[in-house]
Ligand binder design. Structure first.
Ligand SMILES: [Zn+2]
Length: 172
């Protein structure tokens, strides 16, 4: 499967949007160089300072922003001087991809090792042992529990995993 550079950019935007919301994408896309305060940024964007702070701390959580604190001599308040860590985006993305990969691998193993039964009315998905206990009748609606062919699900997970491996190769 081919992975394009634009897909990596898209992935980064997706990640930022997921952890910060849309405002984070706006702020990140500004390409801000050097330090700034949340106050300056809020003013420039015409948004609430608390929203800017929330975004910046969320970016900080995943490693895409950092700050230093300095006491304002006049007011005595602590000022936060922020910077966006554009140089870390590949590293951050790699970590996120690795997390997703590990989750998918665990899921794949689970699907591979486990035989599931589902209610034909869509109420439940249970393991074989449980289905036996229920006498292959749905505990909710009484409908029949049927063997779930997981081959398709497994193939989908494998495909996703391959794509993630490709992306990881591309950004490392
Ligand atoms: Zn049912």
């Amino acid at each position: 499967m081919e992975v394009e550079v634009s897909e990596i950019d898209e992935l980064l935007v997706e990640l930022i949007e997921r952890v910060t919301g849309e405002l984070g994408v706006v702020i990140y896309s500004m390409g801000i160089e050097g330090e700034f305060t949340d106050e300056q940024l809020a003013e420039e964007l015409g948004v609430e300072i608390n929203d800017v702070r929330r975004v910046l701390f969320a970016l900080y959580e995943i490693g895409l922003a950092s700050y230093r604190r300095k006491k304002d001599e006049d007011t005595g308040w602590m000022e936060y001087y922020w910077r966006i860590n554009y140089e870390k985006e590949r590293e951050v993305l790699r970590k996120e991809l690795e997390k997703t990969r590990d989750k998918l691998s665990a899921k794949l193993q689970m699907e591979d090792e486990t035989v599931y039964y589902i209610c034909m009315n869509g109420c439940v998905k249970v393991k074989y042992e449980e289905a036996m206990e229920y006498g292959f009748a749905c505990p909710k609606c009484g409908g029949m529990l049927e063997y779930l062919d997981s081959r398709e699900a497994v193939a989908r997970i494998r495909e996703e995993l391959e794509k993630i491996e490709d992306m990881l190769r591309m950004i490392s």
